[in-house]
Design a protein around this ligand. Structure first.
Ligand SMILES: [Zn+2]
Length: 358
């Protein structure tokens, strides 16, 4: 009898316990789930409680990304890179004498993985750290990181991005390492190319990382990108805050050298108040003509040169000044002397020697 009674009271307690557990689970899901219907219910409650203003930002149609533009470029390889003046999803911007053009009204936009990796959730034009009910950024729940894509099928860099902060920067007193071992896609010797960091060393402490170095002009490296990188570095050092940052080389079709770099940055803790930009920097040298497939740069001066005597290596396709050691030591079998202009030779597919730099 006693045993039976015990059983009865036990079976009465079990449903109560199960109900309690279910209720607890429901509360937890309501508080922390990111499922859309739960989220909207939670937001409605938060608004009622007066934590967030009722003004909701409508979810906009996604604006075309540089990737779309690169795709459309590769579909239309004969088209010149940029007849339109803006990134409208069809063409790349045309260089007009400025180091960069503003994209999307200078309002930063990131693919979801860029902020998701940092532990951030976007709500309208604001971000919060994941699970944060007050809709704010909790620095301690933020994940600083850097991400470098593997090279694409043509051996080219793709987007590099991260949540940058003092954690990702070089330690004080650290010195830059050697990056000369990296030969980014399209690299050609003797053409004044520079190895251009997608995410600057001062922000990433990355040296010879093939996913972070592209073939760039001095103009892109120093005049286009550097001021933006310095602004970002300065912001992080002066505030201790973090910056969501993306730097993406943009190619036309299968060309090996980027036409430009799309740079987007937004300070995290203050929701972009301290730092915010969305620009496209041109990989050009004013006045020079650039072959983005083969890496040959022709300055105005070189383009105006008269025909003169060159020595061509028929096997390698490299041409030299007759005075170059490479021309003197060439086997007679491969050697050919021509009188031509530099432009005539490069347009026929010959490559200027990286040593005598004709
Ligand atoms: Zn030479």
């Amino acid at each position: 009898m006693t045993i039976n009674q015990k059983d009865k009271s036990g079976s009465r307690r079990k449903p109560a316990l199960a109900l309690l557990i279910v209720l607890l689970l429901a509360v937890l899901i309501f508080l922390f789930s990111d499922a859309p219907f739960v989220k909207s219910a939670r937001d409605a409650l938060i608004i009622r409680l007066g934590y967030v203003s009722e003004e909701r930002v409508n979810e906009e149609e996604p604006v075309s990304t540089v990737e779309d533009i690169a795709d459309s470029e590769s579909e239309n390889e004969n088209g010149s890179a940029g007849d339109a003046g803006s990134l409208d999803g069809k063409n790349l911007p045309k260089y007009d004498g400025n180091h960069y053009v503003v994209i999307n009204g200078n309002v930063p936009e990131f693919p979801e993985e860029v902020y998701a990796k940092a532990g951030l959730v976007q709500e309208g034009d604001k971000w919060k750290t994941k699970g944060n009910l007050l809709g704010t950024v909790d620095s301690s729940k933020l994940t600083p990181y850097e991400f470098y894509n593997p090279l694409d099928e043509h051996g080219r860099c793709r987007a590099a991005y991260g949540c940058l902060g003092r954690e990702t920067m070089p330690e004080e007193g650290a010195e830059r390492g050697d990056i000369s071992s990296i030969h980014p896609s399209g690299w050609a010797k003797g053409q004044s190319w520079e190895r251009c960091h997608l995410i600057a060393w001062s922000l990433s402490a990355e040296n010879a990382n093939e996913g972070n170095l592209i073939t760039g002009t001095h103009y892109l490296n120093y005049d286009g990108m550097r001021p933006l990188e310095e602004e970002t570095t300065h912001y992080i050092w002066s505030t201790g805050n973090h910056v969501l940052y993306m730097s993406e080389p943009v190619y036309s079709g299968k060309e090996l050298i980027a036409r430009g770099v799309h740079m987007v940055a937004r300070s995290v803790e203050d929701n972009g108040e301290g730092l915010s930009f969305n620009v496209y920097c041109f990989n050009v040298t004013p006045g020079a003509e650039i072959d983005y497939k083969g890496g040959i740069v022709t300055t105005e001066e070189q383009a105006a040169q008269d025909a003169r005597l060159y020595v061509i290596n028929k096997r390698s396709g490299v041409f030299h000044y007759p005075s170059c050691d490479g021309a003197k030591s060439m086997s007679e079998h491969n050697r050919e002397e021509v009188t031509a202009t530099r432009v005539e030779l490069t347009s026929q597919g010959y490559t200027p020697c990286g040593s005598c730099e004709p």
